[in-house]
Design a protein around this ligand. Structure first.
Ligand SMILES: Cc1ncc(COP(=O)(O)O)c(C=O)c1O
Length: 354
């Protein structure tokens, strides 16, 4: 490995505690504020009795359930230990020294970390007030480009490429370049101009779509993600993964979560209501509110440090974005009703008190 490891950023997740404070409200990691459904807990309890046995190596039942739910053939599905693992495996598969990847500026940090680990050079495409610029992504393509990462919607902004622009990008770039569409938050979106591109995977040889159980399904701790990809790529991923990369508890919890559609609908409804409320209420304050479409909101504030300190002193953790080279914005996850109310009251008070 010729990579200089000490040059690679380490990923820092959202903070989980505030020294000296109890009962904190964590709105920093875009997790589900709800526990898993009763159905999922029951499945977990059942599976926990068999932890002496290795898990199903191919996640077969889970793949079948994902296939049914997302309408992708099982042979085009790969399951991983979080979508994180899959992003890493894809970089391992496609990248070597002197290869290039294109990542829009201010996007999910793991893309550049995994690309760097595999010695690739990163080209950042420009954004316009955090919106991806398709023409600039296309302009950055060279004959060394191997992967383009599109977070759809992006973390930390919650902004996505609309259907027209995504399709323009996919049409214009050479088919030898893999396009990884990361749809970690797609289940929260119901807009007609949104697509995660899943329906394009089977017909194209260069489109990969990643999904996760960490967000809508509330299983972040179990580490479970999946991707849809051309069969050839699924076979290659199967060769380089660990033999038991997904534990059995995660596999059965994932299947149970997929079957609990009422619970999922409830989570989506809560998110839709609160995302709208956050946007309306925050728009009344001296902040710029972006049209985030996910389980979080992205805002521009004049004094992020002061506001962040104020929120921390009141037990609320939101996400500062220095790691993303964004210094004047914060990302706030949607919490439970009482957490959201407390956050909104506090931020209002912060601005009232000047
Ligand atoms: C855009 C994006 N992709 C992928 C992930 C990682 O998800 P997982 O928990 O499945 O590894 C996250 C987590 O925050 C994310 O925001």
């Amino acid at each position: 490995m010729s990579v200089t490891l000490n040059k690679i950023k380490t990923y820092e997740g959202g903070k989980s505690n505030i020294p000296g404070k109890k009962n904190i409200i964590k709105l920093s990691s875009n997790e589900s504020p709800f526990g898993p459904s009763r159905k999922v807990l029951k499945a977990i309890k059942q599976a926990s009795k068999k932890t002496n046995r290795y898990p199903n190596s191919d996640s077969l039942d889970l793949k079948k359930n994902i296939s049914k739910r997302y309408k992708v053939p099982s042979k085009n599905i790969f399951v991983g230990n979080g979508s994180d693992e899959i992003l890493g495996l894809l970089c391992q598969l496609f990248l070597s020294k002197n290869d290039e990847v294109i990542i829009p500026k201010h996007s999910f940090l793991m893309y550049e970390i995994y690309a760097s680990i595999n010695n690739a050079k990163i080209k950042y495409s420009n954004v316009n007030d955090y919106s991806f610029i398709v023409d600039d992504i296309i302009k950055k393509v060279t004959n060394k480009t191997k992967i383009i990462f599109i977070a759809q919607p992006n973390n930390p902004t919650g902004i996505y490429l609309d259907r027209k622009n995504l399709s323009k990008l996919l049409k214009k770039i050479p088919k030898r370049i893999m396009v990884v569409i990361d749809a970690a938050y797609s289940e929260f979106i119901n807009n007609s101009d949104y697509t995660d591109g899943l329906n394009l995977v089977v017909k194209n040889r260069n489109i990969i779509v990643t999904h996760t159980f960490s967000k809508i399904y509330g299983l972040a701790s179990l580490r479970l993600g999946w991707c849809a990809a051309p069969e050839r790529i699924i076979n290659l991923l199967d060769r380089i993964r660990g033999p038991f990369n997904v534990n059995q508890i995660a596999q059965v919890a994932g299947s149970a979560a997929l079957s609990d559609f009422n619970y999922e609908r409830k989570v989506i409804r809560h998110n839709t209501i609160w995302l709208k409320k956050f946007k309306n209420e925050l728009a009344k304050l001296p902040v710029k509110v972006y049209d985030s479409q996910a389980n979080f909101i992205f805002i521009k504030v004049r004094n992020t440090t002061k506001l962040n300190k104020y929120l921390l002193s009141n037990g609320i953790i939101v996400r500062t974005l220095d790691n993303y080279e964004i210094f004047d914005c914060l990302r706030i996850s949607i919490g439970t009703t009482s957490e959201n109310k407390k956050f909104l009251n506090l931020i209002k008070k912060f601005f009232e008190n000047g």
